[in-house]
Write a protein that binds this ligand. Sequence first.
Ligand code: MG
Length: 272
Amino acid sequence: MNRSGIAAIRHLALDMDGTLYRGKTLFPETVPFLETLSELGIGYTFFTNNSSKSVRDYVTHLNGMGIAATADQFQTSTLAAIAYLKRNHEWAKRIFFVGTASMIAEFEEAGFSACDEAPDMVVVGFDPQLSFNQLCRGGYWISRGIPYIATHPDRVCPTDQPTLLVDCGSICAALEAATGRPPEAVLGKPHPIMVEEIMRRHNLRPDELGVVGDRVYTDLAMARGVGAYGVLVLTGETGREEGEAAMPAPDLIVDSVGELAGMLAASRTGAV
Ligand SMILES: [Mg+2]
């Protein structure tokens, strides 16, 4: 375990589900942890692959759980997809969406328009109310050769309900089976654009950014990909044994964000 880099951290990218809360239950360490970051002058950005909610919805969601947050503190797979299109397909403005009204509204605010006919691109996200017609029309445009991207790779969205939430990766698998075409890009974690945007926004070097999450193959893989400091928390889907054997190896494994708060505070006083 490498603790030498913790003193360089100026900003944290914080996964949400499994890191700050589970489902609808906020971890008791979360609010004191965020207060410690503010006291230490360490900034933070909440980040998530779930593209069914817009940033506006996430602000409401976190505020409702008792976490103070503003819109400029989020990085989502929807924002990563918008950044990708602006960087790589500046000409693409008319989009056929397989996604929620909330996701579509966020694209429209960024200058794109939703259309049913003659799209420049197809964008596939996670939509718990996905209609068969929407899926089939998306497949039609993809079969006609229109380029398409996916907001994130997750095959299943975690839930504590007796159901399986078929997520964006699985929706794309259906479209690929039907059309023979995979998406040209899959944004969200572990795509590096997720944290590149955070580094650009806050003018950070990779070693000044810590990525905190509960999943090795998304959160930690992304940290490693850009050279950021990767912190695995054991409050979500990864156990200690699995975390210690994981590749890429986390720079730090902590039981919870509470333990991380103590270590960051100690690193500022020279105790680590
Ligand atoms: Mg998580």
